[in-house]
Design a protein around this ligand. Structure first.
Ligand code: ZN
Length: 350
């Protein structure tokens, strides 16, 4: 595959192999030797989970091995309806960052786009930098299984903002971007990012927060008994946040898991639309009530919709040149085509 370490992006020292989808998980779901589905963009790739690996430095691999070891019991407890605390949920969100960026780097490499887009953000640079969302749903009567969704869209390849991971009967939709939830959770307001002449450049423009929560937090994701919504504002990726008046407020300090590392607190919506801040000493069960397995086709469409929503709500796509604007509009159009294709699949199922 590629020549860089998936974690630090440098030439791997004492080269090692990292499984993008951890071995314990593909073994747990009985998928280790089975081929993983990448979707339409790389139809030629027939790779079993066991071979979906990236080079990594031994040192980096050891560091991330600790995250993996810590998250395994957390994820298993979650799926066993056992309660988790805010620190455990934050670690779980770190893990989803790791998987999402890992799958993005795989997609870039497998679709041979790695030369076109400089993957300047490796897992180290992406972990815990931006606001995060985790949406948990559960399906009835599905057996063992492991799949990922949404990583094959041209938009995800440009901007790895949202994907879904299906583990047995659980579906996890994970998303991350600057200001994705901060604005609605009372944290400092992130205005839409503007383009510069370098199309990947982002200008962060931040204003004072409203110091209260507002529903809905993310587009049209309402709370329901069959859905758990988890939000975490993150400001680790904001340069010099500790010196800014927007961040040094009692509200931000009182709703942060670790202010010094730019780690916001955990907010949860379950059952009703009330947004609850999870106090550090409290535990909560995240497993929602299960629903008909056909729902999975809608969830897949919602992942592509969410990618479109994140782009258009967080980035001012008309702030650059006409060419830039056309480029991003085309990405949205291609996602709409994927949504329509899944809509047809859904119609056929009925
Ligand atoms: Zn490394």
């Amino acid at each position: 595959m590629s020549k860089f370490c998936i974690f630090c992006g440098n030439k791997p020292e004492n080269k090692n192999k990292e499984h993008i989808i951890p071995q314990w998980l593909s073994k747990h779901t009985n998928r280790f030797h089975k081929v993983c589905e990448f979707g339409e963009s790389v139809t030629t790739a027939k790779i079993p989970f066991s071979a979906l690996t990236f080079p990594a430095c031994t040192k980096c691999n050891d560091t991330f091995g600790k995250l993996e070891a810590a998250v395994k019991p957390i994820l298993l407890d979650l799926m066993d309806s056992k309660p988790l605390d805010a620190t455990q949920i934050s670690l779980l969100l770190d893990w989803f960052d790791k998987i999402r960026v890992g799958l993005w780097l795989s997609e870039l490499t497998l679709s041979k786009k790695v030369d076109k887009i400089d993957p300047k953000f490796h897992i180290n640079d992406r972990l815990g930098q931006k606001d995060r969302v985790l949406i948990i749903e559960r399906l009835q009567d599905v057996g063992e299984g492991l799949a990922f969704v949404g990583t094959n869209s041209p938009l995800f390849v440009e901007m790895p903002s949202a994907f879904a991971l299906i583990i047995n009967d659980f579906v996890f939709v994970n998303a991350s971007e600057y200001g994705l939830v901060s604005n609605k959770l009372g944290f400092p307001q992130f205005r839409k990012m503007q383009f510069t002449t370098d199309r990947n450049a982002q200008i962060l423009d931040i204003g004072m927060g409203r110091h209260k929560t507002t529903h809905p937090v993310v587009s049209d994701y309402n709370a329901s008994p069959t859905r758990t919504l988890i939000y975490q504002p993150m400001f680790r990726g904001v340069p010099e946040y500790a010196a800014s008046k927007e961040f040094t407020t009692p509200y931000v300090l009182n709703h942060s898991l670790n202010y010094d590392t730019g780690t916001g607190g955990i907010f949860i919506q379950r059952g009703d639309n009330q947004i609850k801040y999870l106090d550090a000493d409290k535990k909560i069960s995240l497993a929602p009530r299960s629903q008909h397995s056909d729902r999975v086709y809608q969830i897949i469409q919602e992942v592509f919709k969410l990618q479109n929503h994140i782009l258009s709500s967080r980035v001012d796509i008309d702030s650059g040149t006409k060419l830039q604007s056309a480029f991003w509009r085309n990405m949205i159009g291609q996602n709409n085509m994927l949504i329509a294709a899944y809509q047809k699949t859904l119609a056929r199922q009925k």
